[in-house]
Design a binder for this molecule. Structure first.
Ligand SMILES: C=C(CC[C@@H](C)[C@H]1CC[C@H]2C3=CC[C@H]4[C@H](C)[C@@H](O)CC[C@]4(C)[C@H]3CC[C@]12C)C(C)C
Ligand SMILES: C[S@@+](CC[C@H](N)C(=O)[O-])C[C@H]1O[C@@H](n2cnc3c(N)ncnc32)[C@H](O)[C@@H]1O
Length: 365
């Protein structure tokens, strides 16, 4: 073996060890390894077709006419992305402002705890997590508040992941997960002491429908807080670059059209809520939420190579490469949305269901 061959063999072994330790290793601790990437509840051979269907549906979010089909496509989206999210981001599928001196993990947890502090629940009370993902926020919130949390998600694969994580964390006595549509929830009227949604109701084709459902299941006098995805006052519909960024965010995140920040409180009032507080948690002095996305760019390239190799050797389903590429591009649109200030993923609204709840005013036709 000449010295050049020896050098390249050594370099390959070193890269292999680096991948094993730095790529597969840390992900394992988060609960998902690259070699376990799947299409959620979709069988491996159908992942590519499902991705194509998803893409043709959400390519033009503003033109989605059949609102009834949205939850099904959102379900498909989460089958396609859940493992990649867990592998590359962790168990909390949302953003949080950066906090100097704190890790992403701590900043995420503090953002979640703030939600439950705002709705002022007591230990033992029952609260609802609307669009709970694999339950990262639910576990942080249950540990912090000692309230009983019931989470709902449309995606069955996430239900199984969340239940597994709850059990592993020893929190299954406090945390329950239900598979269902948040537009028609399988819960009784006036049955929860509080509710929260973290970056989830943006998937509802009509915000009014999900807010009305949350209002229905809350006990009178109890509170609901939501972190909403919105376009801010800086967004100008006549600016082509703004439109490109917002459409990029909608396509890559299964959104049937982003809402303007002014619509949030209007909709909450319309279904009967009193508005207690409203604040864009992304605005200064909060530190940028998108730095975590920017810092990950090098890791995304590395991940892309890993996904390509795993897909080529048949470990990851065909189509995983397309999904990963879509997320790669989405990360860029989200970063541009943050840097330009035209988009916020954390427009916070805190509402109360009045003590004596008269039915909300009828829509005039
Ligand atoms: C609230 C929603 C999801 C928000 C975020 C949790 C996700 C939005 C974009 C996702 C990602 C983009 C790039 C991926 C990267 C290419 C890959 O290698 C590792 C995973 C990513 C970082 C991934 C992680 C989750 C996001 C940041 C929406 C859907 C309403
Ligand atoms: C971006 S994830 C956020 C998850 C979680 N809140 C978190 O922060 O980790 C959005 C969640 O909303 C859920 N969702 C979207 N549309 C839904 C619907 N119609 N009914 C129930 N859940 C839905 C998705 O399944 C997913 O779990």
């Amino acid at each position: 073996m000449d010295s050049l061959t020896l050098f390249f063999t050594g370099a390959l072994v070193a890269v292999g060890i680096y991948w094993f330790l730095c790529v597969l290793g840390p992900a394992e601790r988060k609960g998902k390894r690259a070699v376990d990437l799947s299409g959620g509840s979709i069988s491996a051979e159908k992942v590519q077709d499902n991705y194509k269907q998803y893409w043709s549906f959400f390519r033009r979010p503003k033109e989605i006419e059949t609102a009834e089909k949205v939850p099904d496509f959102v379900d498909t989206f989460y089958n396609l992305v859940t493992d990649i999210y867990e592998w590359g981001w962790g168990q909390s599928f949302h953003f949080s402002p950066s906090i100097p001196g704190k890790s992403h993990k701590d900043a995420t947890r503090l953002h979640e705890e703030m939600a439950v502090d705002l709705i002022q629940v007591k230990p033992g009370q029952k609260i609802l997590d609307v669009g709970c993902g694999v339950g990262g926020p639910m576990r942080a919130i249950a540990s912090h508040s000692r309230a009983n949390v019931v989470g709902i998600t449309i995606n069955e694969y996430q239900v199984n992941r969340a239940r597994l994580h709850n059990k592993k964390a020893g929190l299954d006595a406090l945390c329950e997960v239900v598979c269902g549509n948040f537009l028609q929830m399988p819960f009784d009227d006036n049955s929860f002491d509080g509710a929260y949604s973290i970056e989830a109701t943006c998937h509802a084709p009509k915000l009014e429908e999900v807010y009305a459902e949350i209002y229905r299941v809350l006990k009178p006098g109890s509170m609901y807080v939501s972190y909403e995805w919105v376009t801010t006052e800086k967004f100008k519909a006549e600016d082509d670059e703004h439109v490109e960024v917002i459409q990029g965010i909608e396509r890559g995140d299964a959104l049937p059209g982003l809402r303007a920040y002014v619509d949030i409180a209007e909709t909450a009032k319309k279904v009967g809520f009193e508005i207690v507080k409203e604040k864009d948690l992304a605005s200064p002095p909060a530190k940028p939420w998108w730095t975590r996305l920017k810092m990950g760019r090098l890791a995304y390239w590395r991940n892309h190579i890993v996904v390509q190799i795993l897909s080529a050797v048949g470990v990851a389903p065909k189509g995983t490469v397309d999904v990963h590429e879509m997320l790669f591009k989405t990360a860029d649109y989200l970063t541009r949305g943050g840097e330009t200030g035209i988009f916020s993923p954390m427009h916070m609204i805190l509402c109360r269901k009045p003590e004596s709840s008269s039915p909300p005013p009828e829509e005039s036709s």
